[in-house]
Design a protein around this ligand. Structure first.
Ligand code: NAD
Ligand code: TYD
Length: 353
């Protein structure tokens, strides 16, 4: 049984849900949360569990090998669940080197620390939380399987593909027990409001334009964030070592259909006239290299580990909207600082065209 688990990136969107899930479900485990608190990391996301006896936060950068060595010396870590990353495709287009630093160099530095500390032990596990974007863009009718060839198209997905390869290479070369999962687009509370859903929710509240890239016909496969965390928990405890598991809820939407559904729901929630939010939709210059379609075939995870998503998308979307409406101050706080500058760079020119 794993007793001390190091979660990296636990102050981010998915990481904070995972930390909460594990801290509450496994009181006998010690959950260490290592996070550099970049613009995307926020300890407010964990206020409700921060004083739990089985939880410790450590501020640190996964590229800092000395700090990692000390962390492994100080704590009897026998499992790593690695989520820390730069995670936003648009930012990777603006600054690819930062993505190589954190996602590639950071992952290798972490693997190295685990290798040095674990010295060939087999009762340990390195779990890399990755994305379906490593597989590239899908033609209609196809689905991502664990055997699909890697074909990353953005600097973000190229950096995640590289880190996936390094995890397998460390397993193969140094014998580190590992497992990987590649998940589709997550949604839910605490997602940084630069990603599609939370950005559009906050723009609708402020009656600002909704910048739909291209024609809005790109397809994403959306999963409620807690369903992802339950899958990670299952794979960490019961997944076969050396394997990869694809995670997704069979829930494909074109961006424009999703945005229109969001608009209708937001008008109802805000008591605004029908059509108000939709009138904010603004088609803007497409994202360069924009992948057309992602869609996961989760059969392996369903068949081997009995995982199924818990929530219908329409229900999860309403819960998400409610959370953002109740937590407007959180949105304003995390969007202050460097975010404004990013938003102007990203959307200033697009919206002016
Ligand atoms: P996020 O951007 O919300 O959070 C990333 C976290 O990592 C932040 O808390 C940040 O402070 C931390 N971090 C960044 N650089 C760091 C560094 N050098 N050292 C230590 N901590 C650092 O990301 P997310 O959406 O929660 O994604 C988490 C992981 O899941 C990522 O690896 C991502 O690739 C993967 N993933 C995300 C999705 C999705 O839809 N969001 C889907 C599949 C996989
Ligand atoms: P995003 O949430 O950034 O996730 P990813 O790029 O990892 O899939 O974007 C989801 C989809 O929404 C993607 O096809 C790009 C599109 N999109 C827009 O049309 N406008 C926006 O302002 C953003 C952020 C995304």
């Amino acid at each position: 049984m794993k007793k001390t688990i190091l979660i990296t990136g636990g102050a981010g969107f998915i990481g904070s849900h995972l930390v909460r899930h594990l801290v509450q479900k496994y009181p006998d485990y010690h959950i260490l949360n290592l996070d550099a608190l970049t613009y995307a990391g926020n300890l407010e996301n964990l206020r409700d569990i921060e004083s739990s006896a089985n939880y410790t936060f450590v501020k640190g950068d996964i590229c800092d090998g000395d700090m990692l060595q000390q962390l492994f010396e100080k704590h009897p870590i026998d499992g790593v669940i690695h989520l820390a990353a730069e995670s936003h495709v648009d930012r990777s287009i603006l600054n690819p080197v930062e993505f190589v630093r954190t996602n590639v160099l950071g992952t290798v530095t972490l693997l190295n620390a685990a290798k040095n500390a674990w010295k060939g032990r087999s009762d340990v596990l390195f779990y890399h939380v990755s994305t379906d974007e490593v597989y590239g863009s899908l033609a209609p009718g196809d689905y991502f399987l664990e055997t699909t060839s890697y074909d990353p198209q953005s600097p973000y997905s190229a950096s995640k593909a590289s880190s996936d390869h390094f995890v397998r290479a460390y397993g193969n070369t140094y014998g580190i027990p590992f497992v990987l999962s590649n998940c589709s687009n997550n949604y839910g509370p605490y997602q940084f409001p630069e990603k599609l859903l939370p950005l559009f929710i906050s723009n609708i509240v402020a009656e600002k334009p909704l910048p739909v890239y291209g024609k809005g016909d790109n397809i994403r496969d959306w999963l409620w964030v807690t369903d992802h965390c339950v899958a990670i928990d299952l794979i960490f405890h019961k997944g076969r070592h050396g394997e990869t598991y694809n995670i997704g809820g069979r829930n494909e939407w074109t961006n424009i259909d999703l945005v229109k559904l969001l608009c209708t729901s937001m008008d109802e929630k805000l008591g605004r006239e029908a059509g108000s939010a939709e009138s904010l939709i603004t088609y803007v210059t497409d994202r360069p290299g924009h992948d057309m379609r992602y869609a996961i075939d989760p059969s392996k995870l369903e068949a081997e580990l009995g995982w199924t998503p818990s929530l219908q998308f329409e229900e999860g979307l309403l819960l998400t909207i409610d959370w953002y409406l109740k937590n407007q101050e959180w949105v304003e706080r995390v969007q202050s600082g460097t975010y404004r500058e990013y938003y102007e760079t990203q959307y200033g020119e697009r919206l002016a065209n």
